[in-house]
Design a protein around this ligand. Structure first.
Ligand SMILES: [Zn+2]
Length: 641
């Protein structure tokens, strides 16, 4: 008998001795990090309100109870009973019964009302029908990404269960040795921005953290071939942990599956959906530019299928000697500061991923409070000694001023923006400014992936800033549903119509004017001296956006939006830049993150910034807080224990 089977037998014996005599547990098994209990008596389980919680704390496991098939009422009868238990205002839009696991997935506009106080309505459902309810939110704005991911996972249910069972046995395997050590190897994003990737290894376990590309330098990928990464085979890695969906952190995750990786990807649920959206777009862009992408959509699907979503604050076993916990990072939807608890507290490491320390309109500021942490691996994008950003309130004032000036001249405002994060931030600023009369009411057109990314944001309001979340919970106050927002979904004809029409604001991808529908908008509006192009995000070296900022007024337009024609456009429209809407902490934010961090780490690795930024930040942290700091290069290894 394998050690995992023995462990499950012991757990079953312990559970049998804990549950009341009228409840039988027929089987226990692992599915990913969770312990699953099968029972012919699901209703009795539900009646004993605290039973599952008590078992979970006693066994120190996350527990799911599933009914044996014979304990279930027929789906048709169950459907009527379930709908009679759930208050009508919950707005149930779909019920999906899975006979094999006894689960019923309930999609509702107000999931909170299906769950009830402390899960009371969920328990009522099981008490009535025996089925185990699982609740998901109906997106307030229809999202093809969310529905594609949900349908795909539904269709791959059997495969997914096999994966989860295999991963579960991997996580709970017997530890091999008594050696205890911790190392981190840097595979990318050191003294550079892009291709984020690290390996955290212990005597027992290897974990890959992030696996991104380097925008503008497609050939430069993380050093995955080193022995502690894929060099000893794709499946010598136990798990992949993803801090957020941006491509410089996630683009090359599907490549791992092409190399034969077959293990889990841990991230938050919104990161999973955004990652799918961005990776498919990454393939699309490569195809349009005539490049051969390193993988195809089949590997994106494998990635989604292998993803185990975790919520902020869930302490989760991902290996025999490693637990992780995600915390809000304030950077983009679902972004996570990730805490690693190693060897029963032997060592603790936090990876910041990308962070924003202050609250923004979209997100609460990054969490920096942990039970313990000895080493922090921290981003340094704006770590340079002069990298201070304008206060957001001032930036908003300036944006409003620019829009009013353009309106008075009779022109249109064109804002190139990244689909994820900055667009939604700007949408919130504009919605409020119009609602409070600071700018005149006019249509705000959203082009490219912005609408879809916004729909994903509204699907996961619990990941947004508290007051914004509360407004989305009340449909009539959901700012993203405001009347002035219009989704450009009819292509060129609609753009032409908008360009010929009245004053308006247009938000369009790509954020650095490197392709996408913004090229078409420049063609339509670029020659109009009354209109204005307004940059609200960072424009990297070498991008058309940066060139226009630097005064270029003859711009090449030769992508697919120009109908394949290659020609030059004279830019007569005004160009303005409004700084301060970054998703990254500036120098002060980074220093404050460490200053107020609880507990203060002993060591900090400054990564994810250009040479000067990491050096500056590393030396400032050392002088200010007297801690050991490093500005590693790629391919370095640090031993911590
Ligand atoms: Zn990022």
């Amino acid at each position: 008998m394998s050690s995992v089977d023995k462990q499950l037998d012991d757990l079953k014996a312990e559970i049998d001795s804990e549950v009341p005599a009228d409840i039988t547990v027929s089987d226990v098994t692992y599915e990913g990090p969770e312990l699953v209990l099968y029972t012919p008596h699901p209703k009795q389980f539900a009646r004993n309100g605290d039973l599952v919680r008590n078992l979970a704390s006693k066994l120190r496991k996350r527990i799911t109870v599933r009914p044996d098939p014979e304990a279930l009422s027929a789906p048709k009868a169950a459907e009527d009973e379930i709908l009679s238990v759930i208050p009508e205002e919950a707005g149930v839009t779909d019920l999906d019964f899975h006979q094999d696991t006894g689960e019923v997935v309930i999609e509702a506009e107000k999931p909170g009302m299906v769950i009830g106080r402390h899960g009371s309505t969920l328990r009522d459902i099981t008490k009535q029908v025996g089925w185990t309810p699982e609740v998901v939110r109906t997106p307030p704005i229809e999202s093809s990404t969310v529905s594609n991911v949900r349908n795909f996972l539904k269709q791959e249910r059997d495969d997914r269960r096999d994966i989860l069972e295999r991963v579960g046995r991997q996580i709970h395997r017997e530890e091999m040795g008594r050696d205890q050590w911790v190392r981190i190897s840097t595979l990318g994003c050191c003294r550079e921005v892009g291709r984020a990737s690290f390996i955290l290894s212990t005597a027992e376990t290897r974990i890959l953290i992030d696996c991104g590309d380097k925008p503008g330098a497609e050939g430069e990928v993380p050093y995955l071939q080193v022995p502690e990464a894929l060099g000893s085979g794709a499946n010598s890695i136990d798990a992949v942990v993803l801090t957020h969906a941006h491509l410089d952190h996630s683009a090359l995750v599907p490549l791992l599956f092409k190399y034969g990786y077959d293990g889990p990807i841990y991230c938050t649920e919104p990161t999973r959906d955004l990652m799918g959206l961005l990776q498919l777009d990454y393939l699309d862009v490569a195809a349009k530019e005539g490049r051969t992408p390193p993988y195809d959509s089949e590997q994106v699907r494998e990635t989604i299928k292998h993803t185990i979503p975790l919520e902020y604050g869930d302490v989760t076993d991902i290996a025999p000697d490693v637990k992780i916990t995600f915390h809000n990072a304030g950077h983009i939807l679902g972004s996570a500061v990730t805490h690693f608890h190693i060897g029963d507290g032997m060592y603790n490491v936090a990876f910041s991923g990308d962070i924003h320390y202050q609250d923004t309109r979209l997100f609460n500021g990054a969490v920096n409070d942990f039970p313990r942490v000895e080493t922090l691996v921290m981003e340094s994008t704006y770590g340079g000694r002069n990298d201070y950003q304008t206060d957001q309130a001032d930036s908003e004032e300036k944006l409003i001023e620019v829009i009013n000036e353009t309106y008075d001249k009779g022109g249109k405002v064109l804002i190139p923006a990244f689909a994820v994060g900055r667009s939604q931030e700007i949408m919130l600023v504009l919605e409020e400014a119009m609602r409070t009369g600071k700018i005149p009411e006019m249509p705000i057109h959203l082009d490219g992936m912005i609408w879809e990314a916004t729909a994903i944001h509204t699907t996961y309001p619990e990941y947004l800033r508290d007051d914004l979340r509360d407004r989305i919970f009340h449909d009539d106050e959901n700012p993203f549903l405001a009347d002035q927002f219009n989704h450009i979904d009819a292509g060129e004809d609609e753009r032409q119509e908008v360009a010929d029409g009245d004053q308006c604001v247009i938000l369009s991808t790509s954020g650095m004017v490197t392709g996408g529908p913004i090229m078409s908008w420049l063609r339509h509006l670029g020659t109009d001296p009354d209109s204005r192009l307004v940059f609200v995000g960072y424009q990297a070296q070498g991008t058309l956006g940066r060139r226009i900022q630097n005064g270029w007024d003859e711009i090449p337009v030769n992508d697919s939006y120009g109908g394949g024609r290659s020609n030059t456009l004279s830019l007569n429209m005004d160009v303005a830049t409004v700084d301060g809407f970054s998703g990254h902490a500036d120098r002060k934010g980074l220093m404050d993150f460490v200053k107020t961090m609880n507990p203060r780490p002993e060591k900090v690795l400054c990564v994810h910034g250009d040479e000067r930024s990491v050096q500056d930040l590393s030396s400032a942290l050392y002088h200010e807080f007297n801690m050991r700091t490093f500005a590693p290069k790629n391919l370095e290894t640090f031993r911590f224990k």
